[in-house]
Design a protein around this ligand. Structure first.
Ligand code: ADP
Ligand code: MG
Length: 387
């Protein structure tokens, strides 16, 4: 595999000034709670995007990636007119790193910073729900923060990544992915309050319990995922309005009886998913602290059932992956990510990882589904300087 340093050398003929990297992430539990001001519990994974950076003696920024080796170059002073209004002039992938530079420079003196060349290489699969987008944003933000001596903290760098993704790329996402990528720690997950942005690093203890986190990427991407996402968001807003609260975060499971009386069945079930999912995140954190990771399996299972039956965002491939993994001995399993396709995760005894994989592959073949991509991920360290 081409490294960021090798790509940088191809581009400039020189060695880089430094190398930074930032990981993708998996959400352990807390789905569709982020835009309801609620709780999520993601962890950074051992797949990273690296950037090799060199300083230039002009005031321009150039980016290149193994993903698309055609370099894109603009003047730093032009970023402000490119984003967000003229973003269509920039090839989509380059909007991520250039958007981060734009976001950081909004609160900095553009004349005080040096021009830069950035070369990216990554082993985060793109579009598999592991947030390759947060990884490239995190690598860019960390590198530029250091060499431009901006002194921003990790939460501010996550916010710059989100601003880039929302306004420079044009993808309306929350801040979970960027926070996980910036704040990750080995064998730990980030308990994030999406309202206050308060983040707690919580030990997972997977290694000591000899557990592995298996990802089953179904490869399914349903055409109606965008429309489905919009419909779910609208239902959540409707539910909050009916209940007279700012966001579903402000409801507790005890409020659900009243919600059921006031709402149509579909809206109620959407609300019930979010309210119970928030509670499951809190319970997962509490259970990990008191009893350790083997005790969280039923919460993962309940999360999946809620997404399947109440939020209705699962697909037959995800249900089969989850059911088969459980039947083959997984401690717990659930779909992860926005739904309508993508990946499932299963918490599995190290000794049973191969068995679970084979069982899922066989079940997919028997059902006539395309072969899934199955691999393990380890909860890992967030953004850092590597060289
Ligand atoms: P996900 O974050 O789930 O992988 P997204 O659609 O949010 O999927 O982000 C994927 C996009 O991010 C890619 O299509 C590409 O534009 C950009 N991207 C991610 N990683 C890289 C990379 N290493 N080099 C260039 N662009 C990348
Ligand atoms: Mg993404």
């Amino acid at each position: 595999m081409t490294t960021a340093t090798a790509l940088f050398h191809d581009l400039t003929g020189a060695a880089p000034h430094g190398v930074w990297s930032s990981p993708g992430r998996v959400n352990l539990i807390g789905e569709h709670t982020d835009y309801n001001d609620g709780f999520v519990f993601p962890f950074a994974i051992d797949h990273r995007t690296s950037v090799a950076l060199g300083l230039r003696d002009d005031a321009r920024i150039r980016v290149v990636s193994t993903f698309d080796p055609v370099p894109v170059e603009v003047a730093l002073a032009d970023l402000d007119t490119l984003f967000p209004a003229r973003r269509d002039e920039i090839v989509e992938w380059a909007r991520y790193p250039l958007g981060v530079a734009w976001a950081l420079l909004r609160d900095a003196d553009v004349d005080a910073v040096s021009g830069v060349d950035l070369a990216f290489a990554s082993d985060v699969p793109v579009g598999a729900g592991l947030s390759s987008s947060a990884a490239i944003e995190g690598a860019t933000a960390s590198a530029l923060n250091d060499v431009w001596q901006l002194g921003r903290d990790r939460v501010a760098l996550a916010q710059a990544g989100r601003l880039a993704e929302n306004d420079a790329v044009g993808a309306p996402t929350g801040i979970m992915d960027q926070m996980a990528s910036m704040l990750g720690r080995a064998d730990a997950a980030i308990f994030l309050d999406c309202r206050s942005l308060e983040a707690d690093v919580v030990d997972l203890g997977f290694a000591a319990a000899e557990l592995e986190l298996v990802v089953i990427d179904t490869g399914v991407k349903h055409a109606h995922s965008t429309g489905g996402y919009g419909e779910r968001r609208a239902a959540c807003e409707r539910g909050a309005e009916i209940m007279g609260v700012a966001a579903l975060r402000d409801l507790a499971p005890a409020d659900l009886a009243r919600a059921e009386e006031l709402m149509d069945d579909v809206t109620f079930r959407r609300v019930r998913h979010v309210v119970t999912e928030d509670q499951r995140v809190l319970d997962t954190v509490e259970t990990l602290r008191r009893e350790g990771p083997r005790a969280i399996g039923h919460l993962l299972d309940a999360s999946h059932a809620s997404m399947r039956d109440d939020f209705e965002i699962s697909v037959p491939e995800l249900d089969l992956a989850v059911d088969t993994a459980r039947a083959a001995g997984a401690v717990g399993a659930r779909m992860t990510g926005g739904g309508f396709g993508g990946a499932a995760i299963a918490l599995v005894d190290q000794a049973r990882v191969a068995e679970v994989g084979v069982a899922v592959e066989r079940a997919f073949a028997a059902a006539g589904f395309a072969a899934p991509h199955i691999f393990t991920v380890r909860p890992s360290e967030g953004a850092r300087r590597d060289a």
